[in-house]
Design a protein around this ligand. Structure first.
Ligand code: HDD
Length: 714
């Protein structure tokens, strides 16, 4: 069996990986053939009548090659078209049999293979990764009882409450139909027109404007199942459940200016980050978290748990961490795996069931339906990446692209010709929909318990730290500021924002040139609704763990004459803590240090940019620093890292680069002796000062240093 490079660390112990092996094509040492297996000895010239004559129709190799090329594209996903996938496994810490009979949640010895696809929502397949958008976080668990798909996002709520509005919402956020502008951006008239007219979007829009919508990495974002689902145990007892993914590297974001620049400099930023981390053996890990709620508490928390525009604050029902997901293998082929993987919210296993959330109910239809167009027929579950590891036997028949070969004469149930096979599962093992009494009029109406659209939007805003709030307001000013029609800008401020926070509405009104709002007399919330907490600190990214520098990327800027020993020391220290240090120099040719060492830069000031790194380090060395000062692109590194609030370590003479970059007036004064790390700018009076590396590591772990952000204009 032949395996990818990473497989040394990741032997094909996974059942799914073994199941994929017969489908993997290994061309090494093989002869070129047609699709029919006929050997081909010439593929650069078509068959012609004479060397300068016309091509002949008889050339079956040319026709097949061309036909296959002409049909390479399939329709991209109507939403979530841009994405990246990875294989891995999930293991539960201890049995959850009290709550569910699902094998993968009750057997701690079981390593369930998974395939995860992360995505953006609005952009097309070739769009940039770092746009402001929700991120999809879809996980296919190949369990012994069939596939379970947890098709979530990195934001715990949704734009709408009833799936019948999904086409309207998606049409409004996608590029506008007349000119197909803008690509992968929500900053345009139709989205904000929709938001201004559909107040149930308010809470989700606040999340979309927050730092959550510009993650640093797929490896550093949370995931949420969004809806309330049900877990059902072997006795048939059910609990309501909300699913969470908690990244072990913490949750971190970019800043907007950086995200926009990255869209041009490295549109594959997140895809590359995920790929490189897995290739390097830095396997992304997330803990599965559950909020478990007794069924009778569905309305206890001041809102309806069937309403997907609401969060259940962790302070009210804590998230229990029950197992771990590890992503340890990159796909072998993007199209065959990441593009052809088909998720479906309706794929559940015995022990997991749905609720009547009207958004979820609509999704149960949509995912199966969309694959028919996207994957060309009903047999997509037979594609290798979608095929369960559990055995599949039924009477489904025919259709485009059928792969398996049914061998029985009996293709119906019940039958005697096939000995009655396949048999029905034992009712205790087979999937049974939980019995639920449903009583009511056939009616097109929203439940009154879904009426409050603003109090959780306010709760979210109030739960953020000051810098996060400032980023959110700046995002609103940017996005609404791009809306051409003044009446839409005004409606967003006067109909939506003012109901969330008067100060935010007033600031945005001024920024986008609409009349200031008047304070509301009484908040527009339904009588039934109330927030049971004033703030929920868990909603803020900044309150998450900030204690590790694992997998962070640091650029070390050097030119001839840099302090070589110091670079070696700092690099060793940071790498021991799990970071990577890349040397960036004027060219890819070796650079000589002042103390006789040599470094070969991995990137140059031309091929790299500060936005590609988490932190910037400039070793001392008068000659090197003087050279860097004369390279505008090197100075840009320092300036941008400073403006993006990234950790900067400038040793000895390198401290002066802040002057050259024109930002020293925004930084604390340099230390006269020793080291100082105020505002995440670590400087030492001389090179190699004690404590320099540790202060730098602490600054990297803190991620960003918002104290540096310029105050908003008066
Ligand atoms: Fe959806 C794809 C997540 C609401 C209809 N959705 C899709 C993907 C994710 C989500 C992560 C990409 C899966 C992949 O990587 O292939 N969608 C969500 C979440 C929602 C949500 C978390 C709200 C809680 N979606 C939603 C609604 C509908 C859809 C209300 C329709 C009624 N979603 C689809 C779809 C897609 C899809 C059209 C497009 C491609 C696909 O399914 O396979 O069926």
């Amino acid at each position: 069996m032949r395996l990818r490079k990473t497989s040394a660390k990741n032997p094909p112990t996974s059942l799914k990986s073994q199941a994929l092996e017969p489908y993997r094509m290994h061309p090494e040492g093989q002869t070129l053939t047609t699709d029919q297996g006929i050997p081909i000895s010439e593929t650069d010239n078509s068959l012609k009548a004479g060397v300068r004559g016309p091509t002949l129709l008889e050339d079956f190799h040319f026709r097949e090659k061309m036909m296959r090329f002409d049909h390479e594209r399939i329709p991209e996903r109507v939403v979530h078209a841009r994405g990246s996938g990875a294989h891995g496994y999930f293991q539960v810490y201890k049995s959850l049999e009290k709550y569910t009979q699902a094998r993968f949640l009750t057997d701690p010895s079981l390593r369930t293979p998974v395939f995860v696809r992360f995505s953006t929502v609005g952009g097309s397949r070739g769009s940039a990764d770092t746009v402001r958008d929700v991120r999809g976080f879809a996980t296919k668990f190949y369990t012994p009882e069939g596939n379970f798909d947890l098709v979530g996002n990195n934001i715990p709520v949704f734009f709408i409450q009833d799936g019948i509005k999904f086409p309207d919402f998606v049409h409004s956020v996608k590029p506008e139909p007349h000119n197909e502008i803008p690509q992968a951006s929500s900053a345009h008239d139709s989205l904000w027109d929709f938001v201004s007219l559909v107040p149930e979007t308010a809470h989700m829009v606040m999340w979309l404007m927050s730092d959550r919508a510009i993650p640093r990495s797929y490896r550093m974002m949370e995931g949420f199942g969004v809806h309330t689902f049900r877990l059902v145990n072997a006795e048939g007892k059910a609990h309501l459940v909300k699913f969470h993914w908690k990244p072990l590297l913490g949750t971190h974001s970019l800043v907007w200016d950086e995200a926009q620049k990255l869209s041009g400099i490295d549109p594959d930023f997140h895809r590359r980050d995920l790929w490189d981390a897995i290739e390097a053996g830095n396997f992304p890990e997330y803990e599965l978290g559950l909020q478990l709620i007794p069924e009778e508490d569905v309305l206890k928390y001041g809102f309806d748990l069937l309403d997907a525009t609401k969060v259940l604050p962790e302070e009210l029902v804590p998230v229990q961490r029950v197992g771990k997901l590890t992503l340890d293998r990159n796909p072998d082929n993007f199209f065959a795996e990441t593009e052809q993987v088909a998720f479906c919210v309706a794929n559940v296993v015995p022990g997991i069931d749905f609720t009547n959330d009207p958004l979820l109910q609509a999704r149960l239809f949509s995912y199966l339906d969309t694959q028919l167009t996207r994957l060309g027929g009903p047999n997509f579950a037979e594609l290798p990446i979608n095929k369960p590891v559990a055995p599949v036997h039924n009477h489904q028949q025919d259709g485009f692209g059928r792969q398996t070969i049914p061998t029985s004469r009996a293709n119906y149930h019940p039958n005697s010709l096939g000995g009655g096979c396949p048999f029905l599962a034992n009712p205790r093992q087979g999937f049974t929909h939980r019995q639920e009494r449903v009583d009511g009029h056939k009616i097109r109406q929203r439940s009154e318990s879904f009426n409050d659209h603003f109090s959780q939007a306010t709760l979210f805003y109030k739960s953020l730290t000051k810098p996060e709030q400032e980023h959110l307001v700046a995002a609103l000013e940017f996005e609404i500021g791009k809306v051409e029609r003044a009446e839409i800008r005004e409606r967003v401020v006067h109909q939506v924002l003012v109901n969330i926070d008067f100060d935010v509405a007033t600031r945005v009104a001024r920024a986008v040139g609409v009349p200031p709002p008047k304070p509301l007399k009484a908040p527009k919330v339904s009588k039934r609704s109330r927030n049971m907490v004033d703030t929920s600190p868990a909603l803020s990214i900044e309150h998450g763990p900030r204690d590790s520098i694992k997998t962070r990327k640091v650029a070390a800027l050097v030119a001839d004459g840099f302090a070589g020993k110091e670079l070696a020391h700092v690099r060793k220290r940071l790498e021991a803590l799990g970071a990577t240090v890349e040397v960036v120099g004027p060219t890819l040719s070796p650079v000589k240090s002042g103390d006789g060492q040599e470094e070969v830069p991995l990137k140059t000031f031309l091929t790299a940019s500060s936005v590609m790194y988490d932190a910037i380090y400039v070793p001392g060395g008068a000659k090197s620093v003087e050279a860097l000062k004369r390279v505008p692109l090197a100075v840009d590194f320092v300036r941008e890292a400073f403006i993006h609030c990234k950790p900067l370590a400038l040793s000895g003479e390198a401290s002066a680069l802040l002057d050259t970059a024109g930002v020293s007036q925004l930084a604390p004064p340099p230390p006269a002796k020793g080291v100082d790390g105020a505002m995440g700018v670590v400087r030492s009076a001389k090179t190699e000062t004690k404590g320099f590396s540790q202060l730098f590591a602490d600054a990297i772990a803190a991620h960003r240093h918002w104290a540096r952000e310029a105050p908003p204009p008066a």
